[in-house]
Design a protein around this ligand. Structure first.
Ligand code: ADP
Length: 627
């Protein structure tokens, strides 16, 4: 047996093996593509068996068989064009042209056999080679547009078609070139035929191991980013990424995830105008969810006529869906849409199932992270409440104790010596402690409002420079002179009472944390569309480690002794809330031991007016502060 004969035998056997595989696949699940694949390999097998018969039965059968074989050979390009049409759209004109070409070829062969006229041979060669080139290019283009496993298979099929074309060309050249070249040409023909056969084998009937290997890069790409997904800002973002991952892995144009909502017993999908909810068994995806099994439909409008219009609107002929389930927990369903049925749906379904399982793990992790965040938030809220209560109790206790003690003293004196004049010193202490109590209560109330970002009331044009002068004048004393440097008006739309409170807090702190004699300086100016305000003092300063936490609730500087400087650490927290609710920023800077500067910037623009209930709150607070 020569090398060429050996190659021929191997090629023929491989073709027959593929034929058996694809035929059994078509019998198991007779989709249009499978039937066309089986037909293509079936015809090839018949041609091969015929060639064996010619050898076995003798050459005198050859002429009849040759006519039949030639006619069958002409069916091959037509079947390949049908296959292209199964996977991508073939223009009607090309389809009709192929049918016409086939009819002319068969009639021509039957009519003129055994000696075909030269022109007919030329036409047949043109029809054959033209079709094969078209098929190879079409599969190549389809592969370029596809992704994942589909892309690799289509490349293999395109290569197979290319080799088929080369085989035909080599056969044609054998007829044209001198006998001396026949040996080489035959070898070339056998080699290209074998390459065609192997490429088709890989494209149309890849062995399971190769399928897994082809799936692996997509699965790995999906898994590589999977670990990051649970940390995305919300479940909607995770779902979007999972959908994109499934699209890429399967080379499908669209994928969607429906999440199961226990409360409403519906599957929720993200729509362009907000979430859409559907009953559990709606759509093909819903069926996969309801039965908890992957579902494949090669013709979704036919299999789910109720939603045919929606499938058509999405250009979705084929639909694959797999339930997303973690253990016993049904989380949702992953559905992938394609304009045409995938080449081998059960494999894509297998990959889809793997992706859905991975999706379940990611969504479960996210749910756990959310739960942990909720628990932490509850703990934090409880801790803040405790802090709040203990701070309130602690700070209210001191003035209350003084107040009660002084009032009891006054009472005892009044009982013992009713005629004695009133102890003005004691009464003054009562007034002072009461107003301290009132300040603490207001601070606590304001902190609670700041938590809900509802500090602001009605806004109006306010001259911050003028307010600075008023506040400065109110707090200036011989011990603590206050210098105000705000020559020009600084007008913006603000809540007057809250901006006053902001200034008061900053100036009071500047005085509180500065030694006697230290002058406080207030500056206010306009910078285009924003107002800037600074309050500086030559006081104790702020340690660098405290600066980042200065505006947090209850934070007090590590250089501040409670017994020397009374306070709860709420003032700056309220200041920051006032500034931020106005859309501005506040910063502190300090050289430790050499004073501090607080800088506030506020947009001057026309901020939207507060909601009515907030205005009411503002009025109420105003009276609390003023009264
Ligand atoms: P309180 O003054 O009641 O402690 P604040 O919220 O007003 O609460 O201030 C928080 C902390 O910031 C203070 O405890 C103090 O450590 C620091 N601080 C605020 N203003 C100044 C300032 N002008 N100089 C030095 N430290 C300051």
């Amino acid at each position: 047996m020569s090398a060429s004969e050996f190659l021929q035998a191997v090629t023929q056997v491989v073709f027959i093996v593929i034929s058996l595989i694809v035929t059994s696949a078509a019998v198991r699940q007779p989709t249009a593509a499978r039937i066309d694949i089986a037909a293509f390999f079936g015809v090839t097998t018949i041609i091969i068996v015929e060639s064996w018969l010619v050898v076995a039965l003798g050459v005198h059968f050859a002429p009849t068989i040759t006519v039949f074989t030639s006619a069958l050979l002409m069916v091959l390009p037509y079947l390949l064009i049908r296959l292209v049409n199964d996977f991508t759209a073939v223009p009607r004109l090309v389809m009709r042209g192929a049918e016409l070409g086939l009819i002319i070829a068969i009639i021509g062969i039957a009519g003129f056999a055994p000696t075909l006229p030269g022109l007919l041979v030329l036409l047949l060669v043109l029809y054959f080679v033209g079709s094969i080139v078209y098929v190879a290019v079409a599969f190549l283009r389809a592969a370029g547009g596809a992704g994942g496993v589909t892309r690799r298979r289509l490349y293999a099929i395109a290569a197979g078609s290319g080799f088929l074309g080369l085989t035909i060309i080599a056969a044609g050249l054998t007829a044209l070139l001198p006998v001396a070249a026949h040996g080489t040409l035959q070898l070339l023909q056998q080699l290209t035929a074998l390459a065609c056969c192997l490429s088709y084998f890989l494209g149309f009937a890849p062995p399971p191991l190769l399928r897994r290997a082809w799936q692996e890069p997509e699965l790995r790409a999906f898994l590589e980013q999977a670990s990051l997904l649970p940390r995305l800002p919300d479940t909607a973002a995770i779902v979007r990424e999972l959908e994109l991952g499934a699209q890429a892995a399967l080379g499908a144009p669209q994928a969607t995830i429906g999440l199961w909502d226990e409360a409403t017993s519906t599957l929720c999908y993200a729509g362009s105008d907000g979430p859409l909810s559907f009953a559990a068994d709606q759509f093909i995806g819903g069926r996969a969810f309801a039965t908890q099994r992957p579902v494949f439909s090669s013709n979704a409008p036919r299999d789910d006529p109720e939603h045919a219009d929606l499938y058509r609107a999405r250009n979705a002929t084929a639909v694959l869906a797999a339930p997303i389930t973690a253990g016993q927990r049904r989380l949702g369903v992953l559905t992938v849409f394609a304009a045409r049925p995938p080449i081998f749906a059960e494999e894509d379904l297998h990959l889809l199932r793997l992706l859905a399982d991975q999706g379940a793990v990611i969504l479960e992790s996210r749910a756990l992270i959310d739960e942990a965040t909720r628990v932490r938030a509850r703990e934090e809220a409880a801790r803040l409440k405790d802090d709040f209560l203990s701070a309130a109790a602690h700070d209210l206790k001191t003035p209350l104790t003084t107040l009660i003690a002084t009032a009891q003293l006054l009472e005892r004196r009044a009982v013992r010596r009713p005629d004695e004049p009133a102890d003005l010193g004691a009464i003054k202490r009562i007034v002072n402690e009461s107003s301290r109590l009132r300040t603490i209560v207001i601070e606590l109330l304001d902190a609670a409002r700041a938590d809900q970002s509802s500090l602001l009331g009605r806004r109006e044009p306010v001259d911050v420079a003028e307010l600075a002068r008023t506040v400065g004048a109110r707090h200036a004393s011989a011990q603590h002179p206050v210098v105000v440097d705000a020559p020009a008006p600084v007008v913006g739309t603000y809540d007057r009472m809250r901006i006053t409170q902001l200034l008061e807090n900053l100036v009071e702190n500047a005085i509180k944390y500065s030694p006697a004699g230290g002058a406080v300086r207030i500056r206010a100016w306009c910078d285009n569309d924003q107002a800037t305000l600074t309050v500086s003092d030559p006081g104790i300063g702020i340690p660098p480690a405290d600066l980042p936490h200065l505006f947090e609730r209850f934070h007090r500087g590590s250089n501040v002794d409670d017994r020397q400087f009374a306070g709860m650490g709420l003032g700056l927290y309220i200041c920051r809330s006032i500034v931020e609710e106005h859309g501005g920023e506040i910063h502190a800077s300090s050289q430790h031991g050499q004073g501090s500067t607080f800088q506030v910037t506020l947009p001057r623009g026309h901020a939207p007016s507060a909601a009515p209930e907030q205005e009411a709150a503002g009025v109420r607070l105003g009276s609390e502060q003023g009264g």
